[in-house]
Design a protein around this ligand. Structure first.
Ligand SMILES: C[S@@+](CC[C@H](N)C(=O)[O-])C[C@H]1O[C@@H](n2cnc3c(N)ncnc32)[C@H](O)[C@@H]1O
Length: 340
């Protein structure tokens, strides 16, 4: 059947599929098909797609076959007692899939890997995500299916990021945060992106084009190297100044900025207080922390008190980004320094 099609590079396949599903633009009655080096996604006829997603054309599609599994666990042949422990969710970073498994499924990990490799279009490599560790928040990963390196190119908010899952932190679960904070930047703002990792806040802000300057700071040389590679591919790359440094050193000689972002959740409020003096009157501080669930309601008051040594602040209620553990959440905090 002939239908509008979105043509994208294979390594952007899963990210594009998710973006299309999110805006209800993907036709579910037709098969996604291979088109040379690209994938062709059947589009709902009235759907509007962003130009950076790919090329829109018309293609012939096969009707979607019955019996295609809707979950990857449907591809696993395991006893029911184990099947119910298989997680429904997994992360896709470029052409790499990461999954977390409960200890009871450790011996089944290779079967899980093969199922994910078959289930996710354009997946090249599947790994167990064993969490992030150490000051540089590097992810511990173990290959369970597929092949090749842990380096990949991940598409987020219409931008392609150079990622190395072993050497520098990256999480595909923060795409909404990167876009949300970038949208807060006003024309002429000076921005500091502290603990920038591979730079998703900075690169998004640079693409949006309103900031007068953007400085991206991280102590991990690998993160700064990956950020430089991403910036090198974009005409707006020179708007970001990557700096390899510890935040503790950077604050000693930095001038004020209008937007200061600190994303080091396990240091949370400690680093927020450390960098608060850098926020210009009238500016905003954006940071993340892990908070026990029962403390979330009163958290804004606690933050306001902690920042009060550095001027007067208004702190709206904190926002939950996602669950972190059975009893805590990752929350986003925005604090605004009153004008003087
Ligand atoms: C949770 S990651 C945040 C990455 C990024 N902002 C993002 O949204 O993807 C924290 C980053 O902080 C960096 N980091 C940790 N301690 C630091 C310090 N004292 N000074 C500068 N960077 C630090 C780590 O190397 C890591 O890249």
């Amino acid at each position: 059947m002939r239908a509008r099609a979105l043509l994208v590079e294979r390594d952007r396949g899963e990210a594009t599929r998710r973006e299309l599903v999110a805006v209800h633009a993907l036709r579910t009655d037709l098969e996604i098909q291979e088109d040379g080096d690209r994938l062709a996604f059947p589009l709902v006829s009235e759907a509007s797609v962003r130009p950076e997603w790919g090329t829109v054309d018309v293609r012939d599609f096969e009707p979607r076959k019955e019996g295609i599994p809707s979950e990857f666990r449907d591809l696993l042949e395991l006893p029911e007692s184990e099947l119910r422990l298989v997680p429904r969710s997994f992360d896709v970073v470029g052409d790499v899939v990461l999954v977390r498994l409960p200890p009871e499924l450790e011996e089944r990990r290779f079967a899980v890997g093969e199922a994910l490799l078959r289930f996710v279009p354009s997946c090249r490599l599947v790994g167990i995500d064993r969490g992030v560790r150490g000051p540089e928040r590097r992810r511990e990963v173990e290959r369970i299916a597929g092949s090749g390196p842990w380096t990949t190119r991940h598409r987020e908010n219409g931008l392609d990021f150079e990622v190395d899952l072993e050497r520098a932190y990256f999480s595909p679960r923060l795409a909404g945060e990167h876009a949300r904070v970038a949208a807060e930047v006003r024309p002429g703002d000076a921005v500091y992106d502290l603990c920038c990792g591979v730079g998703p806040f900075s690169v998004t802000i640079a693409r949006d084009g309103r900031a007068s300057s953007i400085v991206a700071v991280d102590a991990n040389p690998a993160a700064i190297e990956l950020l430089r590679r991403t910036l090198g591919r974009y005409p707006f790359g020179p708007r970001v100044r990557p700096v390899e440094a510890r935040v503790e050193e950077f604050v000693l000689s930095a001038a004020n900025a209008h937007r200061v972002i600190v994303n080091l959740p396990h240091e949370g409020i400690k680093y927020a207080a450390l960098v608060a003096p850098l926020v210009a009157p009238g500016g905003g501080l954006y940071y993340y922390e892990v908070v026990p669930r029962e403390e979330i309601v009163g958290r804004a008051t606690v933050v306001q008190a902690a920042l009060s040594a550095h001027g007067a602040w208004s702190v709206p209620a904190v926002r939950v980004v996602h669950p972190y553990s059975p009893s805590s959440d990752l929350v986003a905090v925005a604090a605004f320094r009153r004008g003087e």
